[in-house]
Design a protein around this ligand. Structure first.
Ligand code: PLP
Length: 442
């Protein structure tokens, strides 16, 4: 280490981005951070507190990304910080079981009735990939159904999008994924009942599982319709396929019991067969999970023949962070308050747009929201990927930068959902609506 540091002029976002690009592909460790969809220079974040983040230049933002979902309590919640400090002092990782893993598993099972056992992993990608392998191992089938516009992490078999309109057997969206690996992946249009019926009629006995984001947050914010979820459940049961809810984003975010609890209120007795969690359950630390009935989970190693493992799985610091987060969000009234705040934000955006004469529609559930610049007033919410992509991208991009300039940090792409935390105040929401009005009129 040099004994003296060079004069510390604070680095600009621009300078940091240039430096990052020399040593990290595209300057980022996850592509969407690079602002490719909206253009411009990514903000390098120096620190965050509550509902706010500060970039390397000291500019303050109201944060509506919350690390893409995990920060439901806001940044640096005192109880969570305390739990993390204590856990870190006791050791970072042991590669041996700990009591805290049991506590977290018990907490998840208590909150999600469809889950009788869970396995903890370190990322949503890992959880989704493992759930898929388990579904195939359990059913002894290879084919899987996913939906266009749903993201389930970047495992090869799931990294597939559909051709437009008709169901197509997998074309990889990424280079480096052999066609052989995705030939079992059938991609259907979200909320399209006819395609679903057709797929099951043609090959129902070969389908291991259907994986879905029940409220899709990777194509902005699109709800699976109630008839669609109902039909999914019927068809999976009828044909012996497992219905997997990917709740990496929606779990503990749209409600304490996840999106499945939202649908269970609308479809009596509704349960998925398997669930995938991430984001909120780690409270900002690398932690994810997948769970199902004891019968399904018993096919997993060391009990069964489906292999799955992880050096850092159930990490003691991550589980402490997740447990402390779950404890806070389990307090009575937490989601009512969060949902009301999120609804007021969406109403604020809609109001600002109406005043500016700009057609915008929004929606939210719990602490997750989305909004769309639609073609004309009266247009409803998009129901699938093509209709999301048909919304006004140029206007979104202008709006994104207008908001960023005014200190509001929205997700840098029109196909991403937004997130409100318990730390956002009514003043933050009001300031956001004012900024939206200014940005739309500018
Ligand atoms: C974020 C996300 C994933 C992937 O999780 P990572 O932790 O980024 O690997 C999977 N599914 C959904 C629905 C997600 O939103």
């Amino acid at each position: 280490m040099p004994s003296t540091t060079p004069s510390s002029t604070p680095a600009t976002n621009e300078a940091l981005f240039a430096r990052a690009q020399r040593v990290i592909p595209g300057g980022v460790n996850s592509p969407v951070r690079a602002f490719r969809a909206v253009g411009g220079t990514p903000r390098f974040i120096a620190r965050a507190d509550g509902a706010y983040m500060w970039d390397a230049e000291g500019k303050k933002y109201i944060d509506y990304i919350g690390s893409w979902g995990p920060m439901i309590l806001g940044h640096g919640h005192p109880a969570v910080l305390d739990a993390v400090h204590k856990a870190a002092a006791d050791g970072f990782s042991f590669g041996a079981p700990t009591e805290r893993e049991i506590e977290l598993a018990e907490a998840i099972i208590a909150l999600v009735p469809s889950v009788e056992q869970v396995r903890l992993v370190s990322s949503g990608t890992e959880a989704g990939m493992s759930a898929l392998r388990l579904a195939r191992g359990y059913t002894g089938r290879n084919k899987i159904i996913k939906f266009e516009g749903c993201y389930h992490g970047h495992a090869d078999a799931l990294l597939v999008k559909a051709g437009s309109g008709l169901a197509t057997f997998g074309h990889p969206t990424s280079a480096g994924v052999p066609a052989d690996v995705v030939k079992h992946t059938l991609v259907l249009e979200y909320n399209n009942l006819a395609q679903l019926d057709e797929a099951f009629a043609a090959q129902g006995s070969e389908i291991a599982c259907v994986m879905i984001e029940p409220i899709a947050g990777n194509m902005n914010f699109v709800r699976a319709s109630v008839p669609f979820v109902k039909r999914l459940r019927e068809l999976c049961t009828q044909h012996g396929a497992l219905l997997i809810f990917d709740e990496v984003m929606t779990g503990f975010r749209v409600a304490l019991g996840g999106a499945q609890s939202v649908y269970a209120k609308l479809i009596p007795g509704f349960k998925p067969d398997m669930s995938v969690f991430g984001k909120v359950i780690g409270g900002g630390m690398p932690l994810a999970a997948f769970g199902a009935s004891r019968e399904v989970m018993s096919r997993l190693a060391p009990l069964g023949p489906v292999y799955q493992a992880g050096t850092l799985s159930g990490n003691p610091v991550a589980t402490a962070c997740g447990l402390a987060t779950l404890k806070e969000i389990s307090r009575p009234g937490f989601y009512e308050a969060l949902a009301a705040k999120t609804r007021s934000l969406v109403k604020g955006l809609e109001g600002a747009a109406r005043d500016a004469g700009v057609p915008l529609v929004g929606d939210s559930e719990g602490g997750m929201f989305g909004f769309f610049f639609v073609a004309q007033p009266g247009d409803g919410l998009p129901q699938n990927y093509p209709s999301v992509m048909a919304t006004d991208q140029a206007r979104f991009n202008r709006f994104f930068h207008g908001m960023l300039d005014r200190g509001v940090y929205l997700a840098p792409a029109l196909y991403e959902a937004g997130f409100v935390s318990a730390a956002h105040s009514a003043d933050d929401i009001a300031a956001t609506s004012r900024a939206a009005g200014d940005a739309l009129r500018a």
